[in-house]
Design a protein around this ligand. Structure first.
Ligand code: NDP
Ligand code: MG
Length: 382
C-alpha cells in the first residue's frame, strides 16, 4: 500500500489524482489532503478517501470544517502551517504537489525534509527554486517524479538510457488556442477566449499560461532542472494535436517519444507507481482516426512570453523568479479583468528589464524578490 498526501486536492490535478486512487483502492491510500477554500469538495473527499489530516488555506472555512468534523478523528489545520503539515504528514510515502504558483516552494521543501518522494505538478516551484530543490532532494535521498505531461513523457523516454547519451529534449507544445495568430489578432483576445484550451481542461492559471505560451517557457525551465540539461539542449516543437507528449533525441540521432491521448491521469499514475505501470481506463489513441500529426516552429515574436522565459532561464539567478512572479500577478489581474491580455507579457518584460540580478538567490531572497515584483506591479497599476 502506498500512502499519498495531496497539496491542492480540489483542483484539476488534485481531483484527477483522486480518480487514479479510486481506480486502485488496494494499492493507494490517501493520508492527507490540503486545499485553498473549497470546503464543500474537500469534505466530500474526506468522506470518500478517509484521510487522517486535512488543511484549508482559508482560516474561517477551516474552523467551520473542524466543527463539522468534531469527533470524526480527522485533524483539521489551516493556512501555510497546515499546508506544510500535510506535506510532512508522517504516514505519507509520496506527496503530490498540485497547488498553483510559488507558494508550493515551502511545502515542497517541507516534504523533502520529511523524506517524502514528490510527484511534482507544481512547476513554478522548480522554475524559481530548482537550484535549491534539486540538490535538497539529492541530499535527503528522495525522488522527484514529474507529473507535467511533457516532463513525464521525457522521463519515460529516458528510461533505460544513460544521461550522457542524451543529446536534445524535444519539448512539445500544442500552441494553445491562439496558434497562428498575429500580434494584432492577439490584441483582441478576451478572457473568455483565453480560457478555452483546444486539448486540455485545466485550472484557470495554467490555461491562461498555455494561451500566452508562458506555460511552455515555464516548462523549458522545469525541464532544465528535472533533467540536468543546458538551455541549448531543449527545443520547443509545436505539435497541435497534443498526441506526442515530448521526445528525447540521443547522440546517435535516435528519437524516443511518448504518445497517447491527452489525459493527465496517465502521467499522474506513472508518477505514483514508478517504475511500474498499472491499468488505466480511458480513450486509446486511434492512429487511423487521427490520420496525421503535424509540426511547426513556435512563433517567438508573437508569443513573446516564451522568448522571455527562455531569456530568464538563461540569465538564471533571480531572473526566473521575476519572470514567474510577474506572470502570476499579471495573470491574476487578467483573470479579475483588471488588465488586458497583452498587458500580461508586457508587465513581465518591464519587471525583467528593471531587475537587478542576484546570481545565487537563497530561499529568503527568492521570496523577497517575489514580493518586490508584486509591489512593483501594484505601483504600475496606480
Ligand atoms: P487548480 O487551480 O485547478 O487547483 C489549485 C489547487 O490548489 C486547488 O485545490 C486549490 O484549492 C489549491 N489552493 C489554492 N490556494 C491554496 C493555498 N493557499 N493553500 C493550499 N491549497 C491552495 O490548478 P491545477 O490543478 O490546474 O494546477 C496545479 C499545478 O499543476 C500548477 O502548478 C500547474 O501549472 C500544474 N499543472 C497542471 C496541469 C493541469 O492539467 N491542470 C498540467 C500540468 C501541470 P481551492 O480549490 O480550494 O481553492
Ligand atoms: Mg505541461
Amino acid at each position: 500500500m502506498k500512502n499519498i498526501a495531496i497539496l491542492g486536492s480540489t483542483g484539476s490535478i488534485g481531483t484527477q489524482t483522486l480518480e487514479v486512487v479510486r481506480e486502485h483502492p488496494d494499492e493507494l491510500k490517501v493520508s492527507a489532503l490540503a486545499a485553498g477554500s473549497n470546503k464543500d469538495l474537500l469534505k466530500k473527499q474526506i468522506e470518500e478517501f478517509k484521510p487522517t489530516l486535512v488543511s484549508l488555506a482559508d482560516e474561517g472555512k477551516a474552523l467551520e470544517l473542524k466543527n463539522e468534523l468534531k469527533g470524526s478523528g480527522v485533524e483539521v489545520l489551516s493556512g501555510m502551517d497546515g499546508l506544510k503539515a500535510v506535506a510532512a504528514c508522517p504516514e505519507a510515502d509520496i506527496v503530490v504537489t498540485a497547488v498553483v504558483g510559488m507558494m508550493g516552494i515551502l511545502p515542497t521543501m517541507e516534504a523533502i525534509r520529511a523524506g517524502k518522494d514528490i510527484a511534482l505538478a507544481n512547476k513554478e516551484t522548480l522554475v524559481t527554486a530548482g537550484h535549491l530543490i534539486i540538490p535538497m532532494a539529492r541530499e535527503y535521498g528522495v525522488s522527484i517524479l514529474p507529473v507535467d505531461s511533457e516532463h513525464s513523457a521525457i522521463f519515460q523516454s529516458l528510461q533505460g538510457n544513460r544521461h550522457k547519451d542524451l543529446d536534445t529534449i524535444l519539448l512539445t507544445a500544442s500552441g494553445g488556442p491562439f496558434r497562428g495568430y498575429s500580434r494584432r489578432q492577439l490584441e483582441g483576445v478576451t478572457l473568455e477566449d483565453a480560457l478555452r484550451h483546444p486539448n486540455w481542461t485545466m485550472g484557470h492559471k495554467i490555461t491562461i499560461d498555455s494561451s500566452t505560451m508562458v506555460n511552455k517557457g515555464l516548462e523549458v525551465m522545469e525541464a532544465r532542472w528535472l533533467f540536468d540539461v543546458d538551455y541549448d539542449q531543449i527545443h520547443v516543437v509545436v505539435q497541435p494535436q497534443s498526441v506526442i507528449h515530448s521526445m528525447v533525441q540521443y547522440v546517435d540521432g535516435a528519437i524516443i517519444a511518448q504518445l497517447g491521448t491527452p489525459d493527465m491521469k496517465v502521467p499522474i499514475e506513472y508518477a505514483l507507481f514508478y517504475p511500474e505501470r498499472r491499468s488505466l481506463q480511458g480513450e486509446r489513441l486511434d492512429f487511423a482516426a487521427l490520420k496525421q500529426i503535424t509540426f511547426e516552429e513556435p512563433d517567438y515574436e508573437v508569443f513573446r512570453g516564451l522568448a522571455l522565459a527562455i531569456e530568464a532561464g538563461r540569465t538564471g539567478g533571480s531572473m526566473p523568479t521575476v519572470f514567474n512572479a510577474a506572470n502570476e500577478k499579471a495573470v491574476a489581474l487578467f483573470l479579475n479583468r483588471k488588465i488586458g491580455y497583452m498587458d500580461i507579457v508586457s508587465l513581465i518584460e518591464k519587471c525583467m528589464d528593471s531587475h537587478s540580478l542576484t546570481a545565487h538567490p537563497d530561499l529568503e531572497t527568492i521570496l523577497a524578490v517575489e514580493q518586490e515584483v508584486y509591489r512593483q506591479i501594484d505601483s504600475m497599476m496606480n
